[in-house]
Design a protein around this ligand. Structure first.
Ligand SMILES: Cc1ncc(COP(=O)(O)O)c(C=O)c1O
Length: 348
């Protein structure tokens, strides 16, 4: 059976142009900063996000870890949204490897408001770890791919700065936010001290993320990347696909967003299922499975039997993600499959 794979945009395969660029990439030893293709990707990323410099890293997880290690010291308190990817899904690396103290704030659909920061932050006191860093996420994955624009990002970043914190943004899908909001990515991240984004998700490159920030920050981050084993030598071979991704793949994300909307509207009409359509803003759909259809895990198994792959992300919640390999036809077929799965499982 050929599956319609809505598990994640990470399943995207490199385009033909990417494969050609990879085959022909000029390379050098990136640990010596001598790989021209990596250097090109880092400069391009920094330019697109309005920062001074960039650092190519094997994964988003490593980019976030390196950012935390660079901004904070062992024992420092790092504030994160309670459902953020860094807190929930990065194997506890910021505690285990960076040795920082994570403290969560429950945001509104992933958004931490300035007032929440002001009421959470503690005074300097011998009993408390020093609060050092705020990590934000945009788009917010667990909230369903919610994008935040400058009018939301800037006040939170400014409040953090006033409270003496630095701000790192997990912008794994920042270009989805930019496309959805019609705002340049650099305007969204203007007040962030560092940003990471992934070329390996909706942008379709096979490997990697780029961390951007000031030149001083990146110079220090380069050492931490080395420390955690992220120095990759002739990495131009993979960075070349990232260059193609940044140059040619950003605007097409709008197609994924349109497909997600179409999918969400179709799913919302299936008896026993519901979708909060106001939350469908980018390429993700959170599907709520009514109790009579069983748990999300059970329903996902039934969807799989009908040819659709998706992850359960909560007891009654399934996440579906659109991407370059999902066509409008796939959306129609996926909806048919979900309707079949729902019909089979309705218990009276
Ligand atoms: C919001 C967010 N941040 C970070 C990551 C980690 O990226 P990677 O899988 O490249 O480690 C992901 C991965 O899905 C993500 O969704």
């Amino acid at each position: 059976m050929e599956f319609i794979d809505l598990r994640s945009d990470t399943v995207t395969q490199p385009t033909d142009a990417m494969r050609r660029a990879m085959a022909e990439a000029a390379v050098g030893d990136d640990v010596f900063s001598e790989d021209p293709t990596v250097n090109e990707l880092e400069a391009l990323a920094a330019d697109q996000l309005g920062k001074e410099a960039g650092l190519y890293v094997p994964s988003g997880t490593m980019a976030n870890l390196v950012a935390v290690m660079t901004h904070a010291q062992k024992g420092d308190e790092v504030l994160l949204e309670a459902e953020s990817h860094t807190f929930l899904n990065e194997a506890g690396g910021i505690a285990a490897v960076a040795g920082v103290f994570p403290r969560t704030i429950t945001g509104k659909l992933g958004y931490i408001a300035p007032e929440q920061l002001r009421t959470t932050i503690r005074s300097q006191n011998v009993h408390y770890p020093p609060s050092r860093l705020l990590c934000l996420e945009n788009t917010h994955n667990r909230a369903g791919g919610i994008p935040f624009g400058p009018e939301e990002m800037n006040p939170t970043c400014n409040a953090a700065h006033e409270l003496g914190l630095v701000v790192h943004l997990d912008g794994a899908r920042i270009f989805n936010a930019a496309v959805a909001l019609g705002v340049p990515a650099k305007a969204i991240v203007r007040e962030c001290d560092s940003v990471m984004f992934c070329v390996s998700k909706g942008l379709s490159a096979p490997v990697g993320s780029v961390l951007v920030g000031s030149q001083t920050f990146i110079d220090r981050a380069r050492r931490f990347r080395k420390m955690v084993g992220g120095g990759m030598r002739q990495a131009g071979v993979i960075a070349a696909a990232g260059v193609v991704a940044l140059k040619t793949m950003v605007n097409r994300l709008a197609e994924d967003h349109a497909n997600a909307r179409c999918l969400a509207e179709g799913l919302a009409a299936v008896p026993g299922l519901s979708v909060d359509l106001t939350r469908v803003r980018t390429n993700m759909v959170l599907l709520e499975v009514g109790d009579r259809l069983g748990s999300a895990a059970e329903f996902a198994t039934r969807m799989k039997r009908e040819g659709v792959l998706a992850f359960d992300v909560g007891r009654q919640t399934i996440r579906l993600v659109t991407h370059r390999h999902i066509t409008q036809g796939d959306i129609s077929r996926a909806l048919e499959a979900v309707r079949r799965a729902a019909r089979q499982t309705v218990v009276s």
